[in-house]
Design a protein around this ligand. Structure first.
Ligand code: SF4
Length: 324
């Protein structure tokens, strides 16, 4: 790996985490266009639904998501009302009551909704669309705030996959990004989920955060592996302070660049997959070649995707610099 190679591939590439991707939402695509698209679907089409909850209890300094801090439950309760109406409205435009095979709750923090409201929305989805008995139902979870009540509500609604947001276990990194979360806290929630019968467990990690080095990211991965997840998503941090002003509160000198992280002398050889991952997201699942790269070693790369964060303040072609 040479500096030239790092520079060459430290570029923006198209993102696909929202669909249609943000640049495709234009004034020409008005409500009637959307209604037509819905009504023209084949009744046999299997539906995938994404539900976004744009609220959090507090703001992490790396956050690039569409979210806002909710100081009370009032705005969240109003949002739940609107979400129900939106579900009903979308269902009305469909040519038939169509089966849902994938549901994903993201945010923000989906579990900022009460357990009752999570159940209520799931019931509404089933009434309006019909949730397939084998549907994959997934949710992003903030282990700092989820309660047993949430786990029971989600598991009782058929939750099959939970993504536990970790990002990094290093105390200095956590303090800098204002996201303090101990390994024990994450382990407790993983145990709750498994006990409740949620079979799919993801851990979301991140690289490119302040004070991270290649070696520290590897340490976090090894700690994450102790929970025996069946998937680890390793996201590249998108630094876009001109869009997300709270990101500017990170000390500039703490931010690693692809080359500085490499030059901070890792304690042991850097795995080739990590050297190649600048600006990408790795979805890692047990097995394969990466197995030999980590000490605890039960991971393998199954996909490399997603965008490199822009390095200059320029208009983004995709307005959502999701970092999760
Ligand atoms: S990173 Fe997650 S928990 Fe933190 S503010 Fe953003 S959406 Fe909320």
């Amino acid at each position: 790996m040479t500096p030239e190679l790092i520079t060459r591939y430290d570029q923006r590439v198209p993102r696909y985490t929202s669909y249609p991707t943000a640049p495709h939402f234009k004034p020409a695509v008005d409500p009637s266009t959307y209604a037509n698209w819905l009504s023209e679907l084949s009744p046999q089409t299997e539906l995938s639904l994404y539900l976004h909850v744009p609220f959090c209890a507090e703001l992490c300094l790396y956050c690039g998501c569409h979210t806002t801090v909710a100081r009370s439950y009032g705005p969240i309760a109003s949002y739940v009302e609107l979400l129900e109406r939106e579900i009903e409205r979308v269902a009305e435009y469909l040519p038939a009551r169509m089966s849902v095979t994938h549901i994903h709750w993201g945010g923000g923090t989906p579990t900022i909704l009460s357990g009752d409201d999570l159940r209520r929305i799931m019931r509404r989805l089933d009434r309006s669309f019909g949730i397939h008995s084998d549907a994959e139902i997934a949710v992003g979870i903030d282990p700092r705030t989820i309660t047993l009540e949430h786990v029971e509500a989600l598991a009782g609604s058929g939750l099959s996959r939970a993504s536990l947001e970790v990002q990094d276990y290093d105390p200095k990194v956590q303090e800098t990004i204002k996201r303090i979360q101990s390994p024990a806290q994450t382990a407790k929630i993983a145990a709750w989920l498994r006990h409740a019968g949620v079979s799919g467990l993801n851990l979301d990690l991140m690289y490119g955060l302040p004070y991270q080095t290649t070696a520290s990211v590897l340490r976090t991965i090894e700690q994450a592996l102790q929970l025996d997840p069946d998937r680890i998503a390793l996201f590249g941090y998108a630094h876009v302070p001109w869009m997300k002003r709270h990101q500017a509160l990170q000390p500039e000198e703490a931010r690693p660049t692809p080359s500085s992280a490499m030059s901070r002398a890792p304690q042991r050889p850097v795995p080739s997959w990590m050297r190649a991952m600048s600006g990408s997201t790795l979805i890692i699942s047990p097995s394969s070649e990466i197995r030999s790269s980590c000490t605890s070693a039960r991971v393998g790369c199954t996909a490399i995707s997603r965008a490199t964060p822009p390095t200059k303040p320029q208009p983004l072609s995709d307005s959502e610099p999701s970092t999760r």
